[in-house]
Ligand binder design. Structure first.
Ligand code: F6P
Length: 339
């Protein structure tokens, strides 16, 4: 193998730079050239007037392990769902004499790779980089630990002001259609309620509203303290804002909504993400040397492994059931206690 390409795609995740760094360093060790394509798959579609590529060398690895975002920029690329876009991407890779392509991204990006397989015959390797932690076959994705940490820090601050005013807050967290961030953050913050796909169905909306109102009222009467509900994005129609409005209107509960949003995607990666990214970058280059194709680099029980890309995007990964049960138990215990 003489020359490989790398790009970052979809929602950026803290630790993507650490993974890029690791790929460059490992490739250098094996005397393989690395070409970076900018702006996700758009870099392969070659939109005019944009400098789309850079030959990445050891110089590019300086001072990036600690930086959030991605030095290669990122984007979503609808053209990768079209035959024309896929053919163009394949042509660009061939024109640049690329033998393998590494993509750091989430399920949308990997679906792009799965399609690209039909148009390009080089090796395709995915590195899981998404704050959502929603890829199958890997215990964690790069960026998840940092996003959880960022959200915890933010909610700890919200708790201070909530406590001072004995106020009720509804905090909306990212995760697309999965509750990994919401459950981990909710429990680590001591949130009074965690509302996510794993413990709530929208069919039970009206009953849930009443139940929330009753529990908040009881807690306020008993304890006169703050009350925090964390809720997964895309769960409640209209999100945290709408839930706050409905609680106010229907149950006369006064609450403040806060959407944490993209703050969860930024910031310096925590050690866990830097280490995971570094291990995965090296493993990706080694997988290419071993002749692997159409796989995602994964980690299970602290051991690196390879998962078929088609398996990685099936959305079968569930939130740790112990966390879901722990939250139920905590809720039941706190409801009984007057403190
Ligand atoms: O996949 C990462 C993520 O941040 C999700 O948690 C969120 O639903 C989505 O991306 C937001 O995407 P955008 O930045 O394009 O609005």
């Amino acid at each position: 193998i003489n020359r490989i390409a790398i790009l970052t795609s979809g929602g950026d995740a803290p630790g993507m730079n650490a993974a890029i760094r690791s790929v460059i360093l490992a490739a250098h060790h094996y005397h393989i050239d690395v070409i970076g394509f900018y702006h996700g798959f758009n870099g392969l579609i070659c939109k005019e007037n944009i400098n789309q590529t850079k030959c990445l060398s050891l110089v590019d690895t300086s001072n990036i392990i600690q930086r959030g975002g991605t030095i290669l920029k990122s984007a979503r690329c609808p053209e990768m769902q079209t035959e024309q876009g896929l053919k163009q991407a394949a042509k660009t890779l061939n024109n640049n004499e690329i033998e393998a392509l590494i993509v750091i991204g989430g399920d949308g990006s990997f679906n792009g790779l799965i399609e690209l397989k039909n148009y390009w015959h080089g090796q395709l390797i995915g590195i899981p980089g998404t704050i959502d932690n929603d890829l199958d076959g890997t215990d964690f994705t790069i960026g998840f630990a940092t996003a959880v940490n960022t959200a915890i820090e933010a909610i700890d601050k919200i708790r201070d002001t909530a406590d001072a005013f004995e106020r009720i807050f509804i905090v909306e967290l990212m995760g697309r259609h999965s509750g990994h961030i919401t459950f981990n953050v909710g429990i680590a913050c001591g949130a009074e309620q965690v509302l996510s796909f794993e413990n709530f169905s929208i069919d039970d909306k009206e009953a849930k509203l009443q139940q929330l109102a009753d529990e908040i009222n009881t807690a306020q009467e008993n304890r006169h303290s703050s009350y925090i509900i964390v809720i997964a994005e895309n769960l409640w129609p209209g999100g945290a804002m709408e839930l706050a409005k409905e609680l106010r209107q229907k149950a006369n509960v006064d609450c403040t909504a806060c959407v944490l949003g993209h703050i969860q995607r930024g910031g310096s990666p925590v050690p866990k993400d830097r280490l995971l990214a570094t291990k995965m970058g090296v493993a990706a280059v080694q997988a290419i040397i071993e002749g692997e194709h159409c796989i995602m680099i994964a980690e299970q029980n602290n051991t690196m492994c390879h998962i078929n890309l088609a398996e990685a995007v099936k959305h079968h990964k569930v939130v740790n059931q112990q966390l879901v049960e722990a939250q139920e138990n905590i809720l039941a215990l706190t409801a009984q206690n007057q403190y």
